[in-house]
Design a protein around this ligand. Sequence first.
Ligand SMILES: *Cc1c(COP(=O)(O)O)cnc(C)c1O
Length: 365
Amino acid sequence: MHPAGMRHNAGFGFPPETSRMDLSRFPRRRYTSFVTPLEPLPRFTQALAASCPGGKGPQVWIKRDDMLGLFPGGNKTRKLEFLVADALAKGADTLVTCGAPQSNHCRITLAAAVTEGLKCRFVIEERVPGTYSETASGNNFMFHLMGVEAITVVPAGSNMAAAMQAVADALAGEGRKAYIVPGGGSNAVGGLGYVACAQELQQQFFDQGVQIDRVVVGSGSSGTHGGLLAGFLGNNIHIPIVGIGVSRDPADQDPLVHKEAQAVADLLGLGMTIPREKVVSVGGYWQPKYSIPNAKMVEAVQMLARTEAILLDPVYTGKIMAGLIGLAREGFFRPDENVLFLHTGGLPSLHAYEREVLGDTPVTS
Ligand SMILES: *Cc1c(COP(=O)(O)O)cnc(C)c1O
């Protein structure tokens, strides 16, 4: 038996940053009892190459974060492991968070609350006017099935932090204690979930003998992109990351990701300034608007479903994969490159857009 302090013993000659990447010093709940698979996509790779100029495209791999716990889980599961542990440490009895009407983040936060015996309330931003319906399917249906305590709907552009604070204040007035989980779970604490993912990937690359040349990841509230970047840099993983914007073009998105990565690095105590040029994202694929279907998304969702039987969602991962496909066709990747697609989840919203994804309802080209 080693005393607990031995883990941080500097006597082994490790540089100090080794212990700075030791995540065990942060409280964490566990919502996934296994490591999510890292797999090649041979049939998708073949179909993609056939559609690229010269018939050559990259080798595509997938990290199945759509299989994370709090099923049907996704990237929010990893962030909530650290956020909910923090909430419990602070004695909260209710999680308060926010999102869009088909928010995966709200649904997974509620799932975490249920498993912890906490209550949960949402502030829903009706980003596209008239799109909130109390009886909608997909994630919205699951909000009610899992027993959300209250939903406040606010118009697009509302101050979400203030709206969540108002809910927390009302609870405090009743002698309860709320913990506010920021939108998408993206702050320094939530970003630790993707530092953990970076470490999980590093171990998998080693165990499976896989060399990945580039990672393609969704970039929204930015905890995933920024957390993974901080995790890569902190662990000396020199694989470039390309974010595909799901709601913003690079001029607006990159500063958010940089801020998130820096906040995570600071929480870890890395003593490092995140180089601005390490933050790379691609715009356009989210158009015409966040969550509104487009033709490239439909093609991407159908292509992965019909080559690998893996389901993407219309709001996030369908557009993110459309970005990977588009970059491949533009010759952005070398043909011998191993590109890793991070599947961040989102399955339930597929059911809210069934006709569009099948191509029966026209979508923006
Ligand atoms: C929230 C979400 C994203 C975006 O991740 P961020 O960390 O918010 O940038 C991507 N995919 C799915 C399925 C999501 O629910």
